[in-house]
Design a protein around this ligand. Structure first.
Ligand code: ANZ
Ligand code: ZN
Length: 868
């Protein structure tokens, strides 16, 4: 025994200096290009790991870091598992806050954006995230947005981009036109204020052409959260129904309606037109009081979408419509809640079976007729308080009476088709995607308006249309429209004077395809080379917030399908697996700067290190759930990492592990574990290999918190074993690491040497398994263990299933003291389980003969005695 080994540990132990270690490894990784994504043919599979890239709004807090830490652990894990890994990061750099900052603080949006990017990039680096920074994508530079423009022109060529005058969602608060997705529930996605409608000429992308594919392909996305798939399906809103026309005898007009319940057509007691329906304006004078009609039209114009569909305001239009099935004349009204954007903008109203129609009928004294009768008490049209929307038997329906309504639905549809009066159709709720924004800080739409030639696309070779930087910012108006040097241009077709489009593209456009740009980020002749995109994409694991369930994820799926149809990629879905992380809260509220409860990562890194922040964020709970940040929790995680540090340091000092790396032959098997070996060694091997199994499976399943728990247990078991070695080698010197735990869990062992290899193997496994979580610490320890290869691409440990399996023991089962059975069970099986197993034994059942046991005595690991 040498001098060092005999000394008490705490005097020569190197302290866990996280600042020094983290700076050192971040420098090493950067210098060696450790995270550069390469297409290495020796690695058979690829893995593309991606987090939704951030909007550069300033500083990130620890709540934001959850998203990125999940990604980094996943990326590091897959590198060690032998994949070619692409793990990039960038900035979604166009958008409104930069423009607001410009107005409020007089700083240029570009300057503000790049300041934020620099800060955030620095924060990412301090967290030790293993991004390939050579592929960084910043969307507000011409090198990137020129490809937005290029793609827009491809959409235009295919008829997938068009300009139309149409009512658009308008947020009076943000002074901003919104897409339907941004105005969900009638609220602005930015300020949550109510949205109104205004008419404007705008650019749209024809996403509705892809509605069926966007819906059908959701079925392929089996590794997406069910909730997100359901939200998309609902948003696309496919409805099967029937469209048919009714004649208006007074004017000779025909009005088409769309219904999902053609079985109720005999219950139509009136027809409703949308206030925006062209016939509404035409028929207005037929009401003796046209002002009543005007009031409805006016209300519809100013009301928010939610107010409109909940309103039951209406007015008669003084004409009738003829039900083609029974020739009945029913009145035609205008109603607020019928919207022009869905179906045909007119409906057959069936108050007995549609709630809104019933409310409308009661309010205006219109008739109600039951045509679908449920089992049980018959419905009474005069008194029913809510519509019956379920299934039943046809009544009051002429030739269809007595049929189940589902059967009638099919028959009536077929009959209408046969008579040429209507047809079965599919209706989508999804609307075309409005992409024009009256904003400065975005991608200019590459269009020129010429008096002679009309709307002229800017030719490819004139791209990019550069966003001018030297323009004044004012509170009102669109700065770009006021920049004459930008607006005035020459027509690419005739060379005459022309004006540029001054709307910019919605910021969602940039994020529709950025994940493909990363595969070939520096390409100057194309958005990306197909070969690179097809190698790396689709993204294998995408990580982000549930708030993008519809907007970004739907748009990206749409773009991917168009790119597929353009022949640029071979796949049709962009994100194979999707993970939506839960929020981090502080004092019960979602962490955010505006709420004043944001915790800066720098503070915690300073005190405890990035490894602690990372490990703690993932230890806080299942990542899909929200979790409360606590300072005590962080300190606890720091202590855990300190224990791992000391385990390796003390083990080395005490020659528990030698400084030379373990030779292959020293692993598991060599220790003689499989054959009649000391139980203590077997215990350590089992713990090690079982831990490898658990941590591997847990990381794959995104159960990072339980993976870390397993690492706690492994650390504890190895520490105890290391203490045992110290005791055996230096009995007179009580070691500080024996203070806790002592001999617990370590069975008798004759010599320290027997344990050494097993502990060494366990310690190496611990460092490898912990490394995706705490990479700096583990690199340092790996080096201390004598390795020179670094951990980034080091193979992940593989468990030996035989070593990992729990030890089997035989339990004797007695009934009234007589042996009746023997059970083979894993060692450590709990008493309750032993009781249950004993009672279900066939032989025991026979000897009990139906009697209730009076007492069941369990001797753990040995015997169960049932007394009757
Ligand atoms: C008659 C009827 C009877 C209806 C009945 C329902 C129940 P989904 O499922 O969302 O596709 N509708 C059609 N176009 C409309 C419009 N532009 N504005 C407001 N409502 C409209 O809904 C389809 C149903 O919504 C259609 O079927 C129609 O009412 C109404 F017992 O027709 B139904
Ligand atoms: Zn022209």
């Amino acid at each position: 025994m040498d001098e060092t080994a005999a000394k008490p540990m705490n005097t020569d132990r190197i302290p866990y200096d996280h600042t020094r270690i983290e700076e050192r490894w971040q420098r090493r990784w950067a210098e060696s290009g450790a995270f550069t994504a390469r297409r290495d043919p020796k690695r058979p599979r690829k893995f593309y790991c991606l987090e939704m890239f951030p909007y550069p709004s300033g500083d990130l807090h620890v709540g934001h870091m959850r998203n990125y830490t999940l990604g980094d652990v996943t990326a590091r894990f897959h590198r060690m598992r032998g994949f070619n890994v692409l793990y990039p990061q960038g900035f979604d750099a166009f958008g409104q806050p930069a423009e607001q900052a410009a107005v409020q603080r007089g700083i240029h949006p570009a300057e503000w954006t790049f300041q934020c990017i620099d800060r955030m990039r620095g924060q990412f680096k301090r967290m030790g995230f293993s991004y390939d920074w050579q592929r960084e994508v910043v969307t507000c530079v011409p090198e990137y947005y020129r490809w937005n423009q290029w793609l827009f022109l491809r959409f235009l060529e295919r008829g997938l981009a068009f300009r139309a005058m149409s009512p658009v969602n308008w947020c009076p608060n943000c002074k901003f036109v919104l897409s339907d997705e941004e105005a969900q529930g009638g609220r602005c996605w930015r300020c949550d204020g109510p949205v109104t409608r205004v008419d404007r000429e705008q650019w749209f992308l024809r996403i509705t052409d892809y509605a069926d594919r966007l819906l059908d392909d959701l079925q392929q996305l089996t590794a997406w959260p069910e909730q997100v798939r359901a939200m998309q399906a609902n948003w696309i809103g496919r409805s099967e129904g029937v469209r048919f026309e009714l004649e208006i005898p007074e004017t000779g007009d025909r009005v088409a309606v769309f219904t999902t319940r053609i079985d109720t057509v005999f219950g139509m007691t009136f027809v409703l037109l949308s206030p925006d329906h062209p016939l509404t304006a035409k028929l207005r004078p037929r009401n003796p009081d046209p002002a009543a009609v005007d009031a409805v039209i006016e209300h519809a114009r100013t009301a928010t979408p939610v107010e409109r569909i909940t309103s039951r305001r209406g007015a008669a239009l003084g004409v009738h419509a003829i039900n083609p099935l029974n020739g009945e004349r029913v009145p035609v009204w205008v109603a607020d809640y019928v919207v022009m954007e869905y179906g045909t903008g007119a409906i057959m109203a069936v108050p007995a079976h549609d709630e809104r129609d019933l409310q409308f009928a009661r309010q205006y004294g219109l008739p109600v007729r039951v045509v679908v009768q449920p089992n049980g008490a018959p419905l009474d049209a005069a008194t029913m308080e809510s519509a019956y929307t379920g299934d039943g038997t046809q009544v009051n329906s002429g030739a269809y009476d007595g049929l189940p309504n589902r059967a009638a639905m099919a028959r009536i549809a077929a009959d209408l088709e046969a008579r040429g009066l209507g047809q079965r159709t599919v209706q989508y709720r999804l609307r075309d995607w409005l992409i024009s924004r009256q904003r400065y800080w975005g991608t200019p739409i590459p269009i020129v308006y010429c008096d002679k030639c009309g709307t002229v696309p800017v030719p490819d070779h004139q791209l990019p249309v550069v966003l001018p930087l030297d323009i004044p910012f004012t509170r009102e108006g669109q700065p770009l429209a006021m920049a004459e040097s930008f607006v005035q241009t020459t027509c690419p077709k005739c060379g005459g004077p022309a004006r540029r489009e001054t709307d910019t593209m919605a910021q969602w456009i940039e994020s529709c395809w950025y994940f493909l740009r990363y595969t070939d980020a520096r390409n100057v002749t194309a958005p990306f080379a197909s070969d690179e995109a097809n190698f790396w994409a689709p993204v294998d694991q995408y990580i982000g917030g549930i708030e993008h369930a519809v907007l970004h994820l739907l748009y990206s799926r749409f773009f991917t399908k168009v790119l597929h149809d353009l022949g640029m990629v071979t796949f049709t879905e962009p994100f194979t697996r999707l993970f939506a992380q839960g929020m981090i809260t502080k004092d019960g509220a979602v962490m955010s700067k505006s709420k004043g409860n944001a915790v800066a990562p720098e503070e915690v890194i300073e005190k405890f290190g990035a490894d602690t922040v990372r490990t703690h964020i993932l230890f806080m709970g299942p990542p899909e759930q929200s979790a409360e940040w606590s300072d005590e929790g962080v300190a606890g995680t720091h202590r855990f990492l300190g224990r791992v540090w000391r385990l390796v340091q003390d083990s080395r000092a005490h020659k528990v592990v030698s400084q030379a790396p373990l030779r292959e032959t020293e692993r598991g098997a060599e220790a003689g574990v499989r054959s009649g070996d000391p139980a203590a060694i077997r215990d350590i091997c089992r713990l090690t290999h079982h831990s490898i199994q658990r941590v591997t499976a847990d990381i794959e399943a995104f159960k990072f918190n339980t993976a870390i728990s397993a690492l706690h247990e492994l650390t504890h078991g190895l520490t105890t074993a290391a203490e045992r070695i110290v005791q055996l080698t230096s009995p007179p010197n009580p070691s500080p690491i024996t203070e806790r735990g002592g001999e617990a869990g370590v069975r008798s062992v004759s010599s320290a040497d027997e344990l050494r290899a097993a502990v060494r193997e366990g310690v190496e496994a611990l460092v490898l398994l912990l490394s995706p979580f705490a990479p700096h610490l583990c690199e340092e320890l790996w080096e201390a263990l004598g390795h020179t290869d670094g951990l980034t691409w080091h193979p992940w440990p593989v468990a030996d299933a035989a070593l990992a399996a729990a030890e089997q023991v035989t339990i004797v089962v007695q009934v009234n003291g007589k042996v009746r059975d023997r059970l083979t069970v894993p060692a450590g099986t709990p008493d309750d389980e032993l009781r249950r197993l004993a009672l279900t034994s066939a032989n025991v059942q026979k000897h009990l003969g139906g009697q209730e046991p009076r007492e069941i005595i369990v001797v753990p690991g040995r015997l169960v005695n049932i007394v009757v």
